[in-house]
Structure formats: C-alpha cells, structure tokens
Design a binder for this molecule. Structure first.
Ligand code: PMP
Length: 356
C-alpha cells in the first residue's frame, strides 16, 4: 500500500537510467557518455581554489559560466539559463511551459512521458515513420508544446535546420523545445534560429560532447522573456542547483575549444568504424549524427544484449514496442569498439552453431 504517496502520483513511473556497474572491468557503451576524460583544463579548474570555498553557496546567477556560454553562442547573457543537467531544465519545461500539454515522437527520449506523468501534463506521442525518421508535417495541427530531441535518441537520426525552421513556422505562438544533447556530433544546432524565432528554446548539455556527465550541468537558450520565465521556474525550485565545482568545470570546458574539437572528431571517426563493423556482421544500422548507433542485429536483440553483458560489455536494450528488436550502442574508444565487434562476432557464431 502506498500509505503516504499523494494518490495523484499513484501511477508515477521511474525513468529507468542505463545501468552503472559497481565492480569489475566493463566496456561501458550503454549511457552515451563520452569515452574520453574531461579536458586537462577542467581538471585544473577542479583542483584549484573552488573546493576550499565549498562552505559557501554557489553563485545562483552563474555569472562567469553564463558569460562564457553567451560569448560562445553569440547571444545575450539574459538569454541563458543554466541547470543541473538537461534533465532538470527539461523538467522545468514540462512543469511550467506546457499550458496546452506536450507532444513528442513515439520513439524518443524516455524521460519525456515520465516528466508528463510527474507533473500531470497531458501528452500525445506522434509516430515516427517506418524508418524512424520524423515528419515535421505531422506536428502541424498540434497546439501542445513540441519536444524534439535533435539528433533523436535512441535512433541518432537528425532533423535539418530547415525542418526545425518549418516546425517553428507552423505556429509562431506554439513553443518548440529542441533538446540538443547530442548535437555536437553531427547535427545543425537550432541556436542559429534564435534571432528569428521567439517560440524556440534550445537545451544543450555538458554531459556528452564536453565529457561532464558526472558533474550535472546544462543550459537553455531562448528569447529574453522566455529565458526569464524559465529562470523563474528554476529559482522557484532551487536557485543553487548548479554547484560551485560544476560552474568552474563548465567554464573551463567551454573555453577549451581545441580539446572539444579533437574529441568530437575522434568520436565521429569511431562512429563510422562502429557502423561499418556492425554492418559487416549483418546488423542493420540507422544513419546516426549522435555518439551512439541504433542497430538491429541478425539475432534476437534481448539475447545479444544478455550475452554481451555476460562478457562485460554493456549496451542498451529498450524492450517491447518498436525498439525491442534493436540495441543502442554508444560510440567508445577504438579498443572498446574492437572488443564489442569481436564479442558480437563470437556470439553470432555461437548462436548459429547452437541452432545448427
Ligand atoms: N536529452 C536526451 C535526448 C538524452 O539522451 C539525455 C541523456 N540521457 C538527456 C537529455 C539528459 O542529459 P543530462 O541530464 O545529462 O544533460
């Protein structure tokens, strides 16, 4: 019996994050983390004076980081809101920026429907096409706030900038939130449209292309009035959600453009190798602009997931529905990709032998 839980939340479900292993060496390709460590300048910033100031609250305005973000993206500081990972900023969007409800794809980031249930926001899921691509025309008659992960997760497929523009044009009084967690690995960022559209909010994170998943840091960019509303939602909840170490690390990461570029290129190169290796084994892969590949193996996906796990290789399986025959594999280092491809080859051979 849920003795103390508000009955309104009786149907609440948890977002199920990918497994974080507690012991033993594993090849971890299940949560789209960056396989490279943070930039050396981030490590220097973290070992500097900030930790001695942890008895003091962080700057709720995040002034230094906000300035760095505004400079990097060519926007005013009043257009920037920082948060404790994009999950936090997205939570504020679902909570406070969906007066008509929310609409998003049937196959997309699994947290969106969880947020809707948490905040009592009615939502509709619009089916992607058979090939998992998104048809922006399907959103034309929806008045709800639109959430687009671009590139999409878990597919890796991206919309072009003109498709995002078309979405924004459909109804200039309807807000579209573009969740760009993976944008730096290949897609065009909707930040290029911020000057033209005040019905656009772009959310980006430091978790993927800037190697800081463990520090929890993200930011949103929108028109000044929209950013002000989002900041109000944040300050009504927790003005200190971005801690001192995150502020210092984020600023250092943003200013080390060379490391960002080098690691980004490496991941794009490795993605091609991963796709080729999987296809050579008979898997189908979707075109990915992200740091992961969605693939349909030539055997039962759940069985392959389990067999890989038994060998210490973690990938992600989303059982049921349209995704149950597929696995999502994060792009790792060269060595991780070699280990994964070798293991898939062995498992396919063993499965064929057992069947024959
Ligand atoms: N959006 C998408 C599409 C994601 O896949 C993720 C990562 N799980 C997030 C947002 C959240 O990322 P974070 O909270 O680490 O910024």
């Amino acid at each position: 019996m849920k003795r103390f839980l508000d009955p309104k939340l009786a149907d609440l479900v948890r977002y199920a994050p990918g497994e974080q292993p507690h012991g033993g060496p594993v090849v971890k390709l299940n949560t789209n983390e960056n396989p490279f460590p943070p930039s050396p300048s981030v490590l220097r910033a973290l070992s500097g004076g900030e930790s001695e100031k942890l008895h003091l609250y962080p700057d709720p305005e995040a002034a230094g980081l906000t300035r760095a973000i505004a400079e990097r993206f060519g926007v005013s500081e009043r257009q920037v809101v920082t948060g404790n990972g994009s999950d936090e900023l997205l939570a504020f969007c679902f909570h406070g920026l969906c007066p008509e409800g929310a609409v998003f794809a049937d196959v997309t980031y699994g947290f969106y429907p969880v947020f809707c249930r948490m905040f009592g926001v009615p939502f509709r899921e619009v089916p992607l096409r058979g090939d998992f691509s998104l048809n922006v025309d399907d959103y034309r008659n929806h008045r709800e706030t639109v959430f687009i992960a671009n590139p999409n997760a878990p597919t890796g497929i991206a919309l072009t900038l003109s498709e995002v523009r078309a979405l924004l044009e459909q109804d200039r009084d309807r807000l579209t939130v573009v969740d760009e967690a993976y944008v730096d690995f290949g897609a065009d960022s909707a930040t290029a449209l911020l000057d033209d559209y005040d019905n656009l909010l772009v959310v980006q994170t430091f978790s993927k292309s800037r190697q800081l998943a463990g520090i929890r840091l993200a930011f949103a960019l929108g028109s000044e009035p929209l950013a002000r509303d989002l900041a109000t939602l944040k300050f009504a909840f927790n003005p200190y959600s971005v801690n001192r170490l995150a502020l210092a690390a984020g600023e250092a990461a943003l200013r080390d453009e060379a490391y960002f570029e080098r690691t980004r290129r490496e991941i794009v190169k490795n993605r091609e190798a991963l796709q080729e290796g999987l296809r050579a084994l008979g898997a189908k892969t979707l075109p990915s602009e992200a740091n992961f590949v969605f693939m349909r193996p030539p055997m039962d996906a759940a069985a392959l997931y389990r067999a890989l796990r038994n060998r210490g290789i973690l990938v992600r399986h989303f059982p049921g529905g349209r995704t149950g025959d597929w696995l999502r594999v994060s792009v790792g280092t060269d060595e991780q990709i070699v280990a994964l491809i070798g293991a898939v080859r062995d498992i396919l051979r063993e499965t064929a032998d057992a069947a024959g």
